[in-house]
Design a protein around this ligand. Structure first.
Ligand code: ASP
Length: 324
């Protein structure tokens, strides 16, 4: 009997010693997934991406550390990446067939299941902020194009000229694509940004912002502003933001499907994200997803050679990565 008690006590001590500490808050980001080669990306460029990801994480971390909400953290973190010309969102977004930046963004609140999104906007500096305003200040979930801009002005937003978003790099990229047009069709230049945050109140929010796909035509809209495809959040499962070839993510109902697997099949967030990436691969699509659940478990899954990504936890743990 004594021996059994001793064993039990030992078990208890070791399980508390080795149990993973549940973070009080957590934040995960992506800056797009795609074909990335460690050989082709110079160390200097890699350094720039790590620095930009770290800046974004730092902003999100300070919001959450100060007791801010997950929605504030998502918005502020994504704004850092929208303002960086490195990513395909806000400044430095890819250009459409006509050489114009057309931006999409969305947010979702996991506590109330409220959501807001904008698509095809050409004059909003930080589309993620407008997506949040659609959620909070309108009766709608998704506004597009000039209507979205009209709403923005009504809400006190200042419009910017489209030239604000355009960088030399994206112009060159488009010119190359136009040259190769016949073989190219839609290409796979990724770089969308996304963020999921868990705050100290136990709430989860997710957001995504993008310029879509380079050389897009006909008012094409991808998955990023589609709730349940590129973005989804539900406190009872988790929050998700996707990046990749949007058409496939829409067809799979990608992020909502992950949430459903967790809800109906009690799958862990990592298993559910992996399973969804398998479905993407089977369908012939490419891309990745980040996710976060109530316990602060982080998922960063992708089927491409790289995904700009990172996370930060209240425990002080921090990570940024590019390649598989
Ligand atoms: N998912 C985005 C879209 O299809 C693009 C990307 O993530 O790079 O619009």
């Amino acid at each position: 009997m004594k021996k059994i008690l001793l064993q039990l006590a030992l078990l208890l001590v070791s399980s508390t010693l080795f149990a993973k500490e549940i973070p009080k808050y957590a934040l995960v980001i992506h800056g797009g997934a795609g074909v990335m080669s460690e050989k082709l990306m110079t160390p200097e460029i890699q350094k720039q991406y790590h620095a930009a990801l770290n800046r974004a994480l730092q902003v999100g971390d300070s919001v959450l550390k100060a007791g801010g909400t997950c929605m504030d953290a998502v918005e502020k973190t994504i704004m850092v990446m929208e303002d960086s010309p490195l990513f395909n969102a806000g400044k430095g977004a890819v250009l459409n067939h006509e050489g114009i930046a057309e931006l999409d963004a969305s947010v979702m609140d996991g506590k109330t299941l409220s959501a807001g999104a904008v698509a095809g906007v050409k004059d909003i500096k930080n589309p993620i902020r407008l997506a949040r305003t659609v959620m909070e200040k309108s009766e709608h979930v998704l506004l597009t194009g000039s209507g979205a801009s009209q709403f923005a002005v009504q809400q006190g937003f200042k419009l910017v000229p489209n030239s604000y978003f355009i960088t030399e790099k994206r112009q060159k990229e488009l010119q190359e694509l136009l040259k190769k047009e016949r073989e190219a069709g839609i290409n796979d230049k990724h770089g969308t940004v996304g963020c999921v945050a868990l705050d100290t109140f136990g709430n989860i929010a997710a957001g995504t912002s993008t310029g879509g796909m380079s050389n897009k035509k006909f008012g094409r809209i991808g998955d990023s502003p589609i709730i349940g495809a590129g973005t989804y959040a539900n406190n009872s499962t988790g929050g998700f933001s996707c990046t990749g070839h949007g058409e496939y993510f829409i067809r799979l109902g990608f992020s909502r499907d992950i949430s459903a697997m967790m809800e109906y099949r009690q799958m862990s967030i990592i298993k559910a994200c992996q399973e969804e990436i398998n479905k993407l691969t089977q369908l012939g699509g490419t891309g990745g997803v980040i996710g976060l659940d109530k316990q602060g478990n982080v998922a960063m899954e992708f089927n491409t050679s790289g995904m700009f990504r990172g996370f930060v936890l209240s425990t002080g743990e921090k990570y940024t990565g590019i390649f598989k």
